[in-house]
Write a new protein. Structure first.
Length: 303
């Protein structure tokens, strides 16, 4: 194992075979600050480069659009890989295996062992292009088996209490960070949420908008915060909070705000449903209407 990434206390090993070792400097850059000196690992993914089989890729075509990312039939993936002269069946593929595509890369995940395998199928300068996202997907699957997830949100800390501001791309997560100068920033996107000992804890992750963070030093990377509130972002011309029903909040989270939810195992999906069902009933949950020139810290927390 060449690298170990620590995410919210989970050590995940990254191993690289042959030419894939050339991706190590990239991964050192991707996960700077999140690399661990620990020799143990709770899960491991192996990255290798394969000669692209002379066969039709097992994807479902979408009319008029290029397929960027997709869940695949594992049986079809196994048949496809066997056509590569370099393929060795050292990673068993069965009915439980989750197979995913991103560009010219494949990710195989075993929910029982949390082991993963990434095959990169390009040989040129772009061969490592899908690796960043495939690793993110794998990390999401590992965390999912442990009852956690990456959330489409900004995570801020005020008076040692955490708050998640949920929004899709363009909703204003990075803006919220700038509008709350009194708060510590855990992440402006992609924090990790876990439930531990009955509490909901937010952790930083390497998947964020680096340029927009005020700081992401080692102290912040090792922080966690007990989450007290969930806010759904709404751009407006004034600042106020609005009630949202628990049922609606749960529905929105499951549909929009869990990274890679469709790529998780059934067991992981059930665990996250339980996590957010409880969270929506135990935490403060609101819409946050915000303007671009008001300090939002004055309404956090909302009583």
């Amino acid at each position: 194992m060449e690298l170990t990434v620590n995410l919210a206390g989970t050590d995940i090993g990254l191993s690289f075979l042959d030419d894939a070792k050339k991706a190590m400097p990239l991964c050192n850059s991707y996960f700077q600050g999140f690399l661990s000196e620990e020799q143990r690992d709770d899960a491991e993914v192996v990255v290798s480069i394969l000669e692209k089989p002379n066969a039709v890729f097992p994807i479902q075509e979408r009319a008029g659009t290029q397929v960027f990312e997709q869940l695949l039939c594992s049986e079809d993936v196994a048949a496809y890989l066997r056509k590569s002269p370099e393929y060795t069946e050292d990673f068993p593929i069965d009915q439980k295996t989750i197979s995913s595509l991103c560009l010219d890369g494949l990710l195989l995940f075993n929910p029982d062992s949390a082991a993963g395998r990434i095959y990169l199928l390009e040989r040129g300068q772009t061969r490592f292009r899908p690796l960043y996202r495939l690793l993110w997907m794998y990390f999401a699957q590992v965390l999912g088996e442990r009852g956690g997830c990456f959330v489409h949100s900004a995570a801020l800390v005020k008076d040692r209490e955490g708050y998640l501001f949920m929004g899709e791309s363009g909703a204003g997560k990075s803006t919220i960070v700038k509008l709350c100068p009194e708060c510590e920033v855990l992440a402006d996107d992609g924090p990790i949420l876990l439930r531990e000992n009955g509490e909901y804890l937010a952790y930083p992750s390497p998947y964020h908008q680096m340029d927009n963070l005020r700081a992401l030093d080692k102290r912040v990377i090792r922080m966690s915060a007990r989450v007290e509130g969930l806010y759904f972002l709404v751009k407006d011309d004034r600042l106020f909070v609005e009630d949202v029903s628990r049922k609606e909040a749960l529905s929105m989270i499951l549909k929009r705000y869990i990274h890679f939810f469709p790529y998780l195992s059934v067991q992981a999906k059930m665990g996250l449903f339980d996590l957010f069902f409880d969270a929506c009933y135990k935490l403060n949950v609101n819409y946050l209407h915000f303007a671009l020139d008001e300090d939002i810290s004055k309404i956090i927390p909302h009583e």
